[in-house]
Design a protein around this ligand. Sequence first.
Ligand code: ATP
Ligand code: MG
Length: 756
Amino acid sequence: MKKKDFLRTIVERDLKEGKYDEVVTRFPPEPNGFPHIGHAKAITINFGIARDFGGRCHLRMDDTNPVTEEEKYARAIEDAVRWLGYEWDGPVRHTSDYFQRLFDYAVELIKMGKAYVDSLSEEEIREYRGTVTEPGRRSRYAERSVEENLDLFERMRRGEFKDGEHVLRAKIDMSSPNMQLRDPLLYRIRHAHHMRTGDAWCIYPMYDFAHCLSDYIEGITHSFCTLEFENNRALYDWVLDTLRLGPPRPYQYEFARLNMNYTVMSKRKLKELVDSGKVSGWDDPRMPTIAGYRRRGYTPESIVNFCNSIGISKANSVVDVAQLEHAIRDDLNMKVPRVMCVLDPLKVVIENYEGSEELEASYYPHDVPKEGSRKLPFSQEIYIEREDFSENPPKGYYRLTPDQPVRLRHAYIIRCKEVIKDESGRITEIRAEYYPDSKSGADTSGIKVKSAIHWVDAATAHEVEVRLYDRLFRVENPQGIEDLNPDSLKIVKGAYVERAVIEEKPDERFQFERQGYFYPDPVDSSDEHPVFNKIVSLKDSWSKKQQPSKPAPKAAESKAPKSKQEANEGEAAPLNEEEQVRYERYTRELGIGKAAANTLARDAILREFFKQALSAQNSPVTLANLVVNEVARELKQKSLEALAFTPESIAALAKMIDQETVSSKIAKEIFELMAESGESPVKIVEERGWVQISDPAHILPVIEEVIAANPDNVAKYKAGNQKLFGFFVGQVLKATGGKANPKVVNALVAEKLSDL
Ligand code: ATP
Ligand code: MG
């Protein structure tokens, strides 16, 4: 059995000792923002403990600051508690329900000589308080008589003074080592409209005064709060003891608040994200708010399980957000149906398949299978994921290639017969063949495949929008907007989901096989325009994912770097272990140059671009250079989405370079045009007649012309000026508009000149 946490141990002891008849807790949020995952922890603690011990839990809006509080936040808090599966006892309560009683208690303290109206300025109050090492001084107004204090406090309430003119303070001990006890403020003047009490009040109680008394008034037994209130506990007790309230009376206990990496957990910072428009609202599916998780597709169970799994402790720590992601994966894994969705469709025409059929496919092909299946339509045209086909596969590629068959999940094995491309070299269609005797579950074909891929039937699939989310922040310990992950949302339009998802709706949430878990967006999705949110991926890809490495601070005395390569090395931090492994692979296995390998090893975005290009064209060296120089330069000015070219078109350019169809000089110009217009390199070359000339029959006449036009230089060369060799080569290249193959020109010029 799981060991009881320290809060439950306290509750159990108190009940056993008969201190209380029943446990009564409360969750006391301030309605100044949407509740976040940290609040979920406080909710599971307060409601969970009440539930476990057969007690009750109140929901109390701690509404003592009229300036920041709003009804919409109060609604969001109620929604969150209910959605997590809890019900509060009685009506929703408010600290403002007790404003009159709190005022009366304050009057009582004044009468006891335990509170006084102070008229120091805010600044003086701070100054008089002293420091942790020095005692404070008491205000000269502390000597006011009870009558004067009562009069002033009443007049404060009536609105005779401006904000900040007076405050009510407890008279405790200005030299207490606990700063909270140095005559703390109990009331302040705030001329502001309150969302519930309107203009009835212009003085508002401070948290430390209102909280303990509200707990007392409601008959709370255990008041759980986070560790930062530890020093306030003495004040909590002082107020109740001085007013001789109880027993039975409540006591405060502190637990460590939830902190999570890659997450900001303060309503103030979350509000900044909302107000700045960096997210679509408090319920943006990337937000760590309960509303955000809910909209994204998290289940309440997964969040409660997460809160329970992290435990309750008295020491602050940071929880890995991967644990929350694990909780939702864990919850959905066994529960939800598995279906197929193609995000980046590539059409496959199965030439030897005629007609159509419906394949029986289980929704729950889990380790422990469950009942439930759908009919999966199959016909001649299907879509597969573009990345599940590779014309020039890298090593270890197990999916469809011109030479490698693959299984279509729940269906047949196919093999590629022909690859059809458009003029830009982009693959538009695969012509394929299927093996009739390879049907899933009844395969007698004897054909070996290395993997099964997902697919959808083109005739019956539904087009959908898919929103892929990644972590909102790109650093472990984000401070705010400046640390946002620019790639936290990717919208995919024109994805295809199999028929049953839309027409049968066997569940709300799905596993799209090989992609992750998905949920229809509750705000934007409709039958006419289905929109799916990615809840979480199937595996934790982030722990291995490389963060874009920040350049290490430059040493102040470092000299201006001489070469480009030195510049790279001078600025960058040493490679970490993972980067080093990649670097080795790039240089040794792929033969990429050091500088390019270094950049690719560090930069996740360039690396991904490179990989995609490489799967279309197996030219690692040329591609690496294009990506690290040309593509990287574009990416300094534009986002990945804004680039006019694709990895495939860069691959097509690399192919022309490697086959010497174009010179590398011309390749640069082609690239500029691609970057500007998005035109395919093949088209650019064809339209402009830029195909590289390597045929001596075309180059020789040009060389002869150049020699004939420069008799002086020929004479000088013959007289021994070898430097002029470069001049002739240059002239020839220029005369061909840069189209002549420099290697061929070099050889031919050398030959011609020596013949003279
Ligand atoms: P924030 O600092 O995010 O604005 P808060 O503490 O000001 O939060 P409240 O509305 O006052 O927000 O909090 C309501 C309850 O939730 C309090 O009991 C508080 O201790 C608890 N709580 C707030 N944040 C966390 C957290 N990160 N982990 C656990 N409990 C929390
Ligand atoms: Mg607060």
